[in-house]
Design a binder for this molecule. Structure first.
Ligand code: ADP
Ligand code: MG
Length: 254
């Protein structure tokens, strides 16, 4: 595994990144085939969006990568590691969901520290990482609050902060902004882009919003009914859509 120093941020140095490869992935729930032969190669450090209409399998694909679903067929590699059979907790992947999932009875600080403490990390290192994440996400003044004392945007920052403290090789974000109002969504989009610039870690971002995908991403994976319709840079998809589905989806009004 290569070691990268992260762009613009010496304090995060040593955080390892990994390319992700998904090979021949099929996923069925009973008789219903949801993912039908997904092959993907995501370069390390990229901001990648999974884009497609509701029900096309975006969340299922993310959950398979995170180890929250067993694959029906196929393999997943991170760097040179085959993680197909690895339990979720050992995959070095952090996932941020639409509905924050913070612990309501814990302070922001505790929310961010809890997982690290469970893993037996020394106190001083936990404090260092929490302080660094809080500074990175501008939530240092909120550390002693409980989730109910935070706005939606602040809660989502804490959820992202909690993921950052783990220093995962891969970030998975499943429509993380869809519960926020429109103006906050625009702000948070810019913050996510800035965060990616600062950390340089691979981020996979699920959205059904083509504008969001096109503005944020280095690479967009368009999904159609459990298959990859096209993988490309935003401008490639715009100028050279592979088929009518991609053209229609990218070109449709929001
Ligand atoms: P998206 O995130 O793109 O909206 P999902 O991955 O959530 O799509 O769902 C894709 C399809 O898989 C949907 O038809 C959904 O009903 C089905 N599905 C997802 N999870 C399950 C499950 N646990 N059991 C049965 N069907 C499921
Ligand atoms: Mg979904």
């Amino acid at each position: 595994m290569k070691t990268y120093s992260l762009r613009f941020c010496e304090s995060w140095e040593g955080w390892r990144l990994a390319e992700l490869r998904v090979t021949g992935l099929w996923k069925a729930f009973g008789a219903v085939e949801v993912l039908k032969g997904i092959d993907l190669h995501l370069p390390d450090g990229a901001f990648v969006s999974f884009l497609g209409p509701s029900g096309c399998g975006k969340s299922t694909l993310l959950r398979c990568i995170a180890g929250l679903e067993d694959l029906t067929e196929g393999a997943i590699h991170m760097g040179d590691r085959d993680i197909t059979q690895l339990p979720s907790a050992r995959r070095d992947i952090a996932m941020v969901f639409q509905n924050y999932a913070l612990y309501p009875h814990m302070t922001v600080r505790k929310n961010m520290a809890f997982g690290l403490a469970l893993n037996g990390m020394p106190r001083a290192e936990i404090d260092r990482r929490v302080a660094l994440a809080a500074e990175t996400l501008r939530i240092a003044d909120l550390l002693d609050r409980k989730p109910r004392q935070l706005s939606g945007g602040q809660r989502q920052r804490v959820a992202i902060g909690r993921a950052i403290t783990r220093q995962p090789q891969l970030f998975l974000l499943d429509e993380p902004l869809s519960n926020l109002d429109a103006s906050l969504r625009v702000t948070m989009r810019a913050e996510l882009a800035a965060l990616h610039d600062r950390l340089g870690v691979t981020m996979v971002y699920v959205t059904h919003d083509q504008v969001e995908a096109m503005t944020l991403s280095d690479l967009v994976v368009v999904l159609d009914k459990g298959r990859v319709a096209q993988v490309g840079r935003p401008l490639e998809l715009f100028h050279r859509p592979a088929n009518l589905f991609v053209a229609g989806f990218i070109g449709s009004p929001q």
